[in-house]
Design a protein around this ligand. Structure first.
Ligand code: CTP
Ligand code: MG
Length: 231
């Protein structure tokens, strides 16, 4: 089977609160989105990187992406939610790139700029023979509190963190399965959630916290430092 990446990049970045969508803000002299795309295009087993953009995205054409090679496939088919953006990309791929149900799809958030080639290779190695698929994730490190139902500023309970993991991306599933899962369950915040809703069990592949999602302005300095340290 082939390996194809899908990078949802059609969000608005409301929590970042920048003057442009967060995928285009500057991170080490590149648009933020560049870094995840660069990593994915460097993974040998990945033959195409589909970038899901908002239909009215005017930022993408204003940058020169040619240094990333010819594996990039920009698609202006983003939807109202991340799940819709991915669904639309899966549908678009069928009519434009002869994808097979058995091909592997790796969905990766544009906002996880510090993804490394080694993390992706580790995921592919671990999931390659899995009947369902899997995702990068890290065990929860902090103690977790649930807020009080009556007063949202008080602790209601401590939630045991034993056995709890934080889901990251890439999330890797066969094209046919992922398309079916998202067609039935679009109220999910990740691909694994849709697959789980079919009664299946995706594999957790231990990653590390450097693959965090750049969300708030204060995340930018850390991401810049991690990327710089790898040069
Ligand atoms: N995304 C998308 N289509 C949407 C919403 C989100 O493709 N309708 C993408 C984002 O561009 C991002 C990834 O999904 O790469 C993860 O989403 P998130 O980090 O939440 O980004 P935003 O939704 O843009 O940010 P916010 O939630 O703060 O508005
Ligand atoms: Mg969002």
């Amino acid at each position: 089977p082939r390996h194809i990446a899908i990078v949802p990049a059609a969000g608005s970045g409301s929590r970042m609160g920048a003057e442009r969508p967060k995928q285009y803000i500057d991170l080490n002299q590149r648009p933020l989105l560049w870094h995840a795309l660069e990593t994915l295009t460097r993974v040998q087993r990945i033959e195409a990187v589909c970038v899901v953009l908002a239909p009215d995205d005017e930022w993408w054409p204003s940058f020169d992406w040619s240094a990333l090679g010819d594996a990039l496939r920009p698609m202006f088919v983003g939807g109202a939610t991340r799940a819709h953006s991915v669904s639309n990309a899966l549908a678009h791929m069928q009519s434009t790139m002869q994808v097979d149900d058995g091909d592997w799809v790796l969905v990766h958030d544009a906002a996880r700029a510090c993804l490394s080639v080694a993390q992706v290779d580790g995921l592919i190695d671990a999931v390659q023979d899995d009947p369902v698929g899997g995702l990068l994730a890290v065990p929860v490190a902090d103690t977790l509190k649930r807020v009080h139902a009556g007063d949202g500023t008080l602790v209601g309970a401590t939630v045991p963190r034993d056995g709890l993991w934080q889901a990251q991306t890439p999330q890797m599933f066969r094209y046919g399965l992922l398309r079916r899962a998202l067609a039935h369950h679009d109220q999910v915040t990740d691909e694994a959630g849709a697959v789980e809703a079919l009664g299946l069990r995706p594999r957790l592949v231990a990653a590390d916290v450097t693959n965090f999602k750049v969300t708030y302005p204060q995340d930018l300095a850390l991401a810049a430092q991690i990327l710089q340290s790898r040069k």
